[in-house]
Ligand binder design. Structure first.
Ligand code: SAH
Ligand code: SF4
Length: 405
């Protein structure tokens, strides 16, 4: 059978809200980094191979970061041929890297087998003040995103497709290969690139499991952060597993009417249900929830917003991360000025909430994590941008004028 099948015969994602341009054909061979070790062992057994062959392949893949079966020189040629026919050693067809921040931030643009583009970012934090060096990789879980938050460049693309497990893991393997010759390693992974991880929940959980498995990528579960705009069923699925991953919730506003505008998913999963689901995760795992708040000048950064957020989160196992919005082309909005961020932080801290302000990395390459979008959508016409701005201004004005709800 040919390994290729047309993209439009793939099952549609539950999160698909937007119809998108057709991409090329998909390669149906699963990426090896997404194959469960037991499944690989079973595959070997079926072919009459010795059990240790699966471990040998795993050593090449995880230990040496192999991206082709040709590199697995100690395997018999017939086995290598069998592996090539059944799996892909790497799912990233081509990667372009752009540096920023004096080399401390790098953005990778990965082309997948069907031509779709996704992005990942490496953020390096050199050792200082007795703290060890950290190298955080921000990865994508979907091409595009169906949620459509109006301040997010990925949201502007609409939903393109879910990534398979190996496509997620291979982004991290890419950065590991790049860091190894520098004597450095990936210390943290955050699912804050393109896409809504919990609308692609099974592949994302399988990827996180591979990354945290000591026999595979070997990162501590606590060093993996899943970020969600508030997909309650996905959060419940996660809670049932009781992993030690950090859960980040993109909150942005406490008041439902305003959150409806900033995170359209709020209409399906309202903020109270989202916070309840996050609290259940904290209770089940003992892990503090990280609430992310992108602050937009004059929209969600007022004293009233801070007071409402303090009321919502007070007394919970929570940490609040305030992020100045990165400007994006299609909105009329601007980042909150530093003094507003500081005042917002002070108001939350006064309620006993641990609060930090995050500096955006890689602004100049448009790669501050979470605001990723390759130039894969046709550029909108000025008229379309104008219409979009008008609608946003109208909706946010209505939400801002709205009363308590
Ligand atoms: N879909 C998930 C994860 C990817 S987005 C989520 O929304 O949580 C990761 C983070 O980047 C989110 O907190 C999101 O709100 C933030 N983000 C998106 N666009 C941004 C922008 N223009 N400026 C700053 N942060 C942004
Ligand atoms: Fe999707 Fe997250 Fe962007 Fe919202 S912020 S559109 S959920 S990627």
């Amino acid at each position: 059978m040919s390994p290729l099948m047309p993209a439009d015969t793939l099952p549609a994602s539950a999160g698909a809200l937007l119809v998108t341009p057709r991409a090329g054909a998909r390669d149906v061979r699963p990426g090896l980094a997404g194959v469960d070790p037991n499944a690989l062992a079973a595959w070997m057994l079926e072919r009459g191979e010795a059990a240790y062959r699966a471990r040998q392949v795993a050593d090449f893949l995880w230990g040496r970061g192999a991206v082709s079966f040709e590199e697995m020189r100690t395997l018999p040629a017939a086995l290598r041929d069998g592996l090539v026919a059944a799996f892909r050693a790497d799912t990233l067809v081509e990667t372009t890297v752009l540096p920023a921040d004096a080399g401390l931030t790098e953005k990778a643009l990965h082309r997948l087998d069907d031509g779709r583009l996704v992005e990942s970012v490496l953020m390096r934090y050199p050792a200082r003040d007795g703290l060890r060096e950290r190298n955080t990789v921000c990865i994508s879980s979907q091409a595009g995103c169906a949620v459509g938050c109006p301040f997010c460049a990925t949201g502007e693309l609409g939903f393109l497709r879910d990534l398979e497990t190996a496509e997620i893991v291979d982004q991290v393997r890419f950065w590991r290969r790049r860091l190894t010759p520098l004597g450095a390693r990936v210390t943290n992974v955050v699912f804050m690139g393109m896409g809504e991880p919990l609308l692609n929940v099974e592949p994302v959980l399988a990827a996180a499991a591979a990354l945290s498995d000591p026999r595979r990528f070997g990162l501590g579960a606590r060093h993996i952060t899943l970020s969600t705009s508030g997909v309650v069923p996905g959060m419940e699925r996660l809670t049932a597993l009781r992993p030690q991953y950090t859960l980040a919730v993109s909150l942005h506003a406490a008041r439902p009417a305003l959150r409806d505008v900033l995170v359209p998913l709020n209409r399906r999963y309202p903020v109270d249900a989202v916070v309840a689901a996050a609290t259940a995760y904290a209770d089940a795992t003992g892990r503090r929830i990280s609430y992310e708040v992108v602050l937009i000048d004059g929209i969600n950064d007022t004293d009233r917003d801070a007071a409402e957020m303090a009321r919502l989160l007070r007394g919970r196992l929570a940490h609040v991360n305030l992020i100045p919005m990165n400007p994006v082309a299609h909105t009329p909005w601007r980042p909150s000025p530093p003094e507003r961020l500081a005042a917002f932080a002070d108001a939350l801290r006064a309620s006993g909430l641990a609060t930090t302000i995050r500096r955006n990395r890689g602004l100049e390459i448009g790669a501050a994590c979470g605001q990723l979008a390759a130039d894969q959508a046709a550029a909108p016409t000025p008229a379309a941008v104008g219409r979009r701005r008008e609608r946003l201004e109208r909706e946010s004005a209505a939400a801002l004028a709205g009363g308590g709800a």
